[in-house]
Design a protein around this ligand. Structure first.
Ligand code: SF4
Length: 309
């Protein structure tokens, strides 16, 4: 497998099957520093937009990937931070559309959606997934630890505007943390706001992987399923991988490391992602751990592997 700097995967996505990730930010640049973040603690917390990584270099890697692989269900802008902070993410979506028939997705925390230019660029994606995990400003601050001048109400207003402007699939992810935003009042408020935005899909998620704040507690799966019915449309519970058997992908220590740089995974998840024999994945993980590039973390009795930053 070719080593790319900005592309990773294809990885199994809970929502999108096989998804090629495109990383537009240096680790770890984001407008939020969510307690539940699986990428790690935000080191550059900002609302300043910039061409954080050169668009030409990303496009060059994509052209190479189209030519040598080109098989995925989605190409997803995501990765080491908030993709809409990159001033040219819209240009990149247009480039992908011009070069390929693969659907595009934008995974965003939505903090920049009050900016009409960001909404216009986001509307070029086939799927836009935004985040809504609080029903009031105090909970928003607690769970997301935002950069200055980010307000939940501005984002909600912008989501409603975007729904009017965008004809593609609008998905909302609600990330629930036990003891913080899972009270009946909190859920009811989030569900009410979600309904007013009229999304095509709602996903409920919780902290099943290692998180930026290790004290972050997951909501149990049975509770998530019970809460799902309060949403309109009824929410999907996106807690575990649903990756079916994929076609086999070449696996190497470099490819595994590229995946782990973006989010922690268990050996089972890596095995499912590559469709690779477990002993080969174990050998890659052993090699990476031995060389100090990866460490293992216990999360509720399950072992995850995470790239050293
Ligand atoms: S979860 Fe997403 S929005 Fe929150 S800090 Fe991590 S990358 Fe940023």
């Amino acid at each position: 497998m070719t080593e790319y700097e900005y592309l990773f995967g294809p990885v199994p996505s809970r929502r999108m099957g096989r998804s090629l990730g495109v990383d537009l930010l240096p680790f770890k640049t984001c407008s939020l520093n969510c307690i539940f973040c699986e990428v790690g603690t935000t080191t550059v917390r900002t609302l300043t937009r910039d061409e954080y990584v050169p668009i030409d270099a990303i496009q060059k890697e994509l052209l190479h990937w189209f030519e040598h692989d080109g098989q995925a269900d989605f190409i997803t802008l995501a990765g080491s931070g908030e993709p809409t902070l990159h001033t040219k993410f819209g240009q990149l979506l247009a480039f992908i559309k011009a070069q390929s028939d693969i659907s595009t997705a934008l995974l965003t925390n939505g903090t920049l959606f009050p900016d009409a230019d960001v909404r216009r660029d986001a509307a070029q994606a086939d799927v836009v997934k935004v985040s809504l995990s609080a029903g009031d400003e105090a909970t928003f601050e607690k769970i997301h630890r935002p950069a200055r001048n980010i307000h939940l109400q501005d984002m909600i207003d912008a989501y409603r505007l975007f729904r009017e402007e965008f004809s593609g699939q609008l998905w909302i992810e609600v990330f629930l943390v036990a003891g913080i935003n899972d009270s009946p009042e909190s859920i009811s408020r989030i569900a009410e706001i979600t309904r007013s935005i009229r999304p095509d899909r709602v996903d409920l998620n919780t902290a099943v992987r290692p998180t930026a704040d290790p004290t972050t507690r997951a909501v149990d799966e049975a509770t998530l399923h019970r809460l799902a019915a309060q949403f309109n449309p009824p929410a999907n519970v996106a807690v575990s991988f649903t990756s079916g058997p994929h076609e086999r992908l070449p696996v190497s220590a470099a490819a595994v490391l590229a995946m782990l740089k973006r989010r922690p995974c268990s050996a089972e998840q890596i095995t499912a992602s590559f469709g690779a024999p477990r002993d080969v994945v174990d050998a890659c993980l052993k090699d990476l751990t031995w060389n100090g590039l990866v460490r293992s973390i216990d999360r509720h009795g399950e072992v995850f592997f995470q790239a050293e930053s």
